[in-house]
Design a binder for this molecule. Structure first.
Ligand code: ADP
Length: 255
């Protein structure tokens, strides 16, 4: 299978903004093992700004654009350094691609992006994609990595995209404010009811929330790709997801 795995900031870092070492080690071990089993792995990783904030020991996420972009530049280095080290333990190579919306809207650039991605996968490399937050402005920003994950999944003709979040999956209402919310384990059609279930961004360092995940599900399921939202706190769940087991919320691609 060709699998895109999107990792949210909250999966990679502690609430301090510093890297969650145990989590990242587990994640890279499981992804390496899935790759050893013959699957193609493509990652979309958030976390650059959060890591930059942690590295500079800033007390909170900056609000001004130059500091945010500086943190992204600093944190992206740290992020890739960490992935490179972890995947090297299992003899896997990683490669970084940073894009903005201009790179997917312009046909020529998009083709180049697709070709490079395909070649990297053929070469047995694990591509790690992120938005180019250091130069991205509002006009050219994709905006969130759930959408970026969906764009990547379509670009590489993935079979499956797994979105690792800070929550078990999509609930019928926001479980942070509704303790009786129920997990929805399967979505075969994205109805208007499903669409309204997404709230706004939940955690301090993250930007997405459920609405961007449902938007991503729209993009991929239209192309026949399955999407699973699962909790990133236990990377071992990836095995079960790949085997088709019931974990989190699975959106079924249109066949
Ligand atoms: P991540 O970066 O890990 O993907 P986000 O904060 O972007 O995390 O998105 C997950 C958050 O979305 C949850 O922690 C929760 O606060 C919020 N949320 C809003 N509505 C829902 C819902 N219906 N089901 C699940 N989570 C929801």
């Amino acid at each position: 299978m060709r699998i895109v795995v999107k990792i949210g900031t909250s999966t990679l870092t502690h609430s301090t903004g510093l890297i969650n070492i145990r989590r990242v080690e587990q994640l890279c071990r499981v992804l390496s093992d899935l790759k050893n089993a013959g699957h193609d792995i493509i990652m979309v990783s958030s976390g650059a700004i959060g890591m930059g904030v942690g590295k500079l020991s800033l007390n909170e996420k900056p609000t001004d654009i130059p500091t945010k972009q500086a943190c992204a530049a600093l944190g992206q280095c740290e992020l890739m350094y960490t992935y490179d080290q972890e995947f090297s333990k299992y003899n896997h190579n990683v490669a970084q691609i940073l894009i903005t919306s201009a790179d997917v809207e312009n046909e020529k650039y998009h083709n180049n992006f697709r070709n490079t991605l395909s070649r990297l996968v053929e070469l047995g490399v694990i591509p790690i994609i992120n938005e180019n937050d250091s130069i991205s402005t509002e006009e050219i920003s994709i905006g969130d990595n759930d959408t970026l994950g969906a764009i990547v999944a379509v670009s590489v003709n993935a079979d499956l995209i797994i979105i690792l979040s800070d929550i078990d999956g999509l609930y019928d209402k926001n479980p942070r404010t509704n303790p009786d919310a129920k997990l929805i384990s399967e979505v075969r059609e994205i109805t208007p009811e499903i669409t309204v279930m997404g709230g706004s961004a939940g955690s301090g360092l993250a930007t997405g929330g459920m609405h961007t995940k449902i938007k991503a599900a729209h993009i991929v399921t239209e192309k026949g790709i399955d999407m699973v939202i699962a909790n990133g706190s236990n990377p071992d769940c990836l095995y079960k997801i790949v085997e088709g087991g019931s974990v989190g919320t699975r959106f079924y691609g249109r066949k």
